[in-house]
Design a protein around this ligand. Structure first.
Ligand SMILES: [Zn+2]
Length: 300
């Protein structure tokens, strides 16, 4: 028997089939391997993403915690600030009170007392310190006048300011002691009779002049008389400006204490004088308690 012979054609077909099968198998294996890799990568990505989400969540949480801390710190700071502010304010109030008390302890309470027919000043009362008024400010240069030491600069400034406005003001008299006031009253009583003298001159002990804070002003054109002072330019000038230097008109027109004394001006401090000026009140309109609240600042 002869060996069956395969034609070369068939042989080459078989070879091709084998090669193709081999390629298919190789392809299949390769694809499977790639799929596995893709699946593994997908799993990696998924797990990485999960991890990243976790980290982001953690960061977000940390951030919001940090923000909350900052807010809390801010509110702590502002609370501390407001506490410090409160303490400062308290300290300020206390030191203000202390300085007011110190001023008060050094200020003669008589300086803002009412003195008129019903308010009496002790015969032994004398102002703490007085100084002589410079001669060029006096109407009678040969008769020395004194005034409270701390009021003199204010009085001088007032007269200088008037002069700057072409208004001439002189001091006719200032401090009068208890005895001088008594002598003056006696003299007036002899000349005018007791009834008339009582209308315009205070008895000793009831005069603001004994305080050393008060001045009678005079101007030119009155022949040395006080009467008629309200008809001169000096009077309206004083009404408009004296308060700026702490002086007030004690006995204005229609007051119930004395006759109208346009020449008689008392120092009560700039604060009180300004208050009276702005409220259109006179010193004797106020009660003593209200007046006393201005005492600590009388020389400010
Ligand atoms: Zn007077």
């Amino acid at each position: 028997m002869r060996a069956k012979k395969f034609s070369p054609f068939i042989l080459s077909l078989g070879g091709m089939a084998l090669v193709t099968a081999g390629l298919l198998i190789y392809g299949f294996v390769r694809i499977t391997s790639l799929e596995t890799k893709v699946a593994s990568l997908s799993a990696d990505i998924a797990s990485t993403t999960t991890a990243l989400v976790g980290v982001t969540d953690n960061l977000t949480h940390t951030l919001s915690a940090a923000e909350q801390n900052i807010e809390e710190t801010k509110s702590n700071i502002s609370s501390v600030k407001s506490q410090v502010g409160g303490v400062e304010q308290t300290v300020g109030t206390i030191s203000g009170t202390v300085s007011t008390l110190q001023k008060l302890s050094k200020t003669d309470p008589e300086l803002l007392q009412k003195y008129s027919k019903v308010f009496f000043l002790n015969e032994h009362y004398t102002p703490e310190r007085v100084v002589e008024i410079s001669k060029e400010y006096l109407y009678s240069e040969d008769r020395p006048e004194v005034i409270h030491e701390l009021i003199w600069p204010k009085l001088r400034a007032l007269i200088d300011a008037a002069k700057g406005d072409n208004v001439i003001i002189y001091v006719r008299s200032a401090y009068r002691s208890f005895d001088e006031q008594r002598a003056l009253k006696d003299q007036y009583t002899v000349v005018y009779g007791a009834g008339t003298a009582n209308q315009f001159s205070a008895d000793q002990g009831y005069s603001e002049h004994q305080l050393g804070t008060t001045a009678d002003f005079i101007t030119t054109g009155l022949s040395g008389q006080l009467g008629g002072f309200d008809t001169t330019p000096a009077y309206p000038w004083l009404l408009a400006n004296a308060y700026k230097y702490g002086f007030i008109l004690s006995y204005p027109r229609n007051n119930t204490h004395y006759i109208f004394e346009p020449w008689h001006w008392r120092f009560v401090g700039i604060q009180l004088a300004t208050y009276l000026h702005n409220q259109n009140l006179s010193f004797y309109d106020l009660d003593q308690r209200t007046i006393d609240t201005f005492l600590a600042n009388i020389f400010d």
